[in-house]
Design a protein around this ligand. Structure first.
Ligand code: TXA
Ligand code: MG
Length: 348
């Protein structure tokens, strides 16, 4: 397939170009577009054939449902059974990096929902995404625009690496602001909220708005055999580079000793800026990726998937990284990093 790449800046929207992209969506085609979290691979959410094309382009199992993206929070009415809690969340967090799972209406084909009775709804803040969805006139189903199993794309270059020749159009809108996928919550039948995937909107912020939020066990823990994932995506190995990722739960001194003892050939390390000079002195053979300052989680979120992709390009076979804290945006980093590491945490 011939993929057209168009460049659009969020600050200076070219509506005629976006209208052409919307036309591709309406005709059942695939368009990669930027959002404030990561790049998405979009198609008409109401068209079963278009949904099937998404799974094929990503190499994604068809039981892993897609998020549908709407231009305005109230457009969710057409696709889901909303509630007061949905509108409370929408008022505080939409448009923005929050996805809400509710019971689906039959306007959403089973292909889009991966066979589930529920549907995930998100109203993105990025202006290119917003205008594309609005001009399409339908909800846009969009998973992250990566090949299944590799880290989500945070730049157009990442999306081009994975999707060139597999989609009709790629909109290059620069780097994604946040760099990790949206927070996902499910509204239970009794109105309680369960956090299924942490993101920029934190568990603490959610409970400040709607009261208690239960955190699904799979956010931090490995599913035990036979346990059913609340979110089908949680059961697949995810965010994984080809390098073996190991998380170090210790200070820089102990980490450097451990790395030295276990071999430094084709090894790289993700380090907080405060620790970088210690590592460069103690293990000069090891390539060091800057992870920003220790408490700058926004910077770490922006860098993580870039680093994972770069580590593959440079063919490192092992990548060490610090274990993030489980609070605030740290929980989102923790969730992505333990998956990239297949839960391998080292406490030397
Ligand atoms: O930030 C994001 O959410 C990005 C951008 C493009 O919007 N999209 C994204 O989609 O991350 P995806 O498909 O890569 O991740 C969606 C996750 C998957 O793990 C999927 O299993 C889960 O959401 N999901 C979707 N619908 C669901 C449902 N009805 N019930 C439970 N989990 C669902
Ligand atoms: Mg994804």
């Amino acid at each position: 397939m011939n993929t057209e790449i168009i460049k659009i800046s969020e600050g200076k929207l070219e509506l005629s170009e976006l209208e052409r992209a919307a036309e591709v969506i309406r005709a059942g085609g695939l368009v990669v577009f930027p959002t404030e979290t990561v790049y998405g691979l979009g198609a008409d959410a109401t068209n079963p054939e278009a949904a099937r094309k998404i799974y094929a382009a990503k190499g994604r199992p068809s039981d892993n449902p897609l998020i549908i993206h709407v231009a305005f929070p109230e457009d969710a009415e057409k696709y889901a059974f909303t509630s007061d809690i949905y509108y409370k969340l929408a008022e505080r967090f939409m448009p923005g990096p929050l996805t809400v799972i509710m019971d689906a209406r039959d306007t959403v084909p089973t292909e889009t929902r991966g066979g589930l009775p529920t549907v995930a709804v998100r109203c993105p803040e990025n202006k290119i995404a917003h205008e594309l969805i609005r001009l399409s006139g339908v909800a846009v189903a969009a998973p992250s625009a990566n090949l299944s199993g590799s880290p989500s794309p945070t730049t157009a270059e990442h999306a081009i690496d994975d999707m060139l020749g597999r989609v009709d159009m790629i909109i290059d809108g620069g780097s994604a602001d946040f760099g990790l996928e949206s927070t996902i919550v499910r509204i239970e039948s009794d109105g309680a909220l369960t956090l299924l995937r942490p993101g920029k909107i934190t568990a603490e912020e959610l409970s400040g708005t709607v009261g208690e939020v239960k955190i699904a066990a799979a956010v931090t823990d490995r599913l035990s055999d036979g346990e059913v994932a609340l979110s089908p995506g949680m059961k697949y190995r995810h965010y994984a580079p080809s390098a073996e990722v190991l998380l170090l739960d210790c200070d820089a001194r102990a980490a450097a000793e451990y790395i030295k003892k276990n071999g430094v050939a084709s090894v790289a390390l993700i380090a907080y800026d405060e620790d970088a000079s210690h590592f460069r002195a103690a293990i000069p053979e090891v390539f060091v990726y800057s992870f920003g300052k220790r408490f700058n989680e926004a910077e770490q979120a922006r860098l993580l998937f870039k680093i994972l992709r770069d580590a593959d390009k440079r063919r490192f076979t092992r990548l060490y990284a610090p274990l993030p804290p489980k609070s605030g945006v740290g929980l989102a980093l923790y969730n992505r990093m333990i998956r990239a590491a297949a839960h391998k945490i080292i406490k030397p």
